[in-house]
Design a protein around this ligand. Structure first.
Ligand code: NAD
Length: 239
């Protein structure tokens, strides 16, 4: 209750579900995503359902100055930042290693890993001054631990972020900054999930049905729901 939470990639999927569950707990939520209209619509839904205080900022977090603008906005509005949920990710490339360009690899890097690192670096001194905070990173354990030839960059980025979380957690511990990673396998987030299945199918020469039927990745025999991931994130943000 009353904690200030910045959620990136908040307009839909896991970020939206996370913003809503923090709203239900009475937190003050700052939602960030690329598209202003979709973001405001999502924020309005959460305000209506939960009655909590929600602010929005449309931004492209691959740009360092826009990360800084978001962090400054949250701190100026609420005087502190208790929790950062690093969740925003642009599209990550899928395809053959031999034909994947350096540009595609660098875009993958910028579209996820660099956003997480930049925002963590920017909120860290604020949390140090407060003597506490939470940095929760949504990663992807399956890709991190099971390298798949058709989406190597996703595996590399996920494994890198898991390493980053552990290192930053050690650094944050003495300042009461708890740094954690939440690593789902597949989560049915609608558009991203469907596009992921379609792109994987195309790259592996299978049908979408064949790819969806590969349930070995999911212990429950189905992809997770965004709300299930959001509950874990909210727990990690709680006292
Ligand atoms: P999604 O595609 O449904 O939503 C992505 C959100 O990120 C959107 O709000 C979008 O506006 C925002 N975003 C993207 N690029 C941005 C940028 N440059 N600046 C600001 N905002 C930006 O995603 P999702 O499926 O909910 O996934 C959320 C996170 O969880 C991602 O980091 C993803 O890699 C990770 N993840 C997802 C799954 C899955 O199966 N869906 C599995 C494991 C990990």
């Amino acid at each position: 209750r009353d904690k200030v939470v910045v959620v990136t990639g908040a307009s839909r999927g896991i970020g939206f579900a996370t913003s809503r569950v923090f709203g239900e707990e009475g937190a003050r939520v700052v939602m960030a995503a690329r598209n202003a209209e979709t973001l405001e619509r999502s924020a309005e839904a959460i305000r209506g359902e939960t009655g909590c205080t929600v602010h929005t900022m449309a931004c492209d977090l691959t740009k360092e100055d826009q990360c800084a603008r978001l962090v400054a906005f949250a701190e100026r509005t609420h005087g502190r930042i208790d929790i950062l949920v690093n969740n925003a990710s642009g599209k990550l490339p899928i395809g053959e290693f031999a034909t994947m360009t350096s540009e595609a690899w660098l875009t993958a890097w910028t579209n996820k890993l660099q956003i997480y690192v930049t925002l963590a670096r920017q909120v860290f001194p604020i949390m140090q001054r407060q003597n506490g905070g939470r940095i929760i990173n949504v990663i992807g354990a399956h890709a991190a631990r099971n390298p798949a030839p058709s989406y190597l960059p996703i595996g590399v980025i996920s494994a890198g972020l898991i390493n980053f979380v552990k290192g930053l957690a050690d650094l944050g511990a003495k300042h009461q900054i708890l740094v954690t990673g939440v690593s789902p396998a597949g989560v049915d987030t609608g558009e991203r999930w469907q596009s992921w299945l379609a792109r994987r199918a195309a790259s592996e020469g299978k049908t979408i049905e064949e790819v969806s039927a590969e349930k070995s990745e999911y212990s429950l025999g189905r992809p997770a729901k965004p709300e299930e991931i959001a509950d874990v994130i909210c727990f990690l943000g709680s006292s």
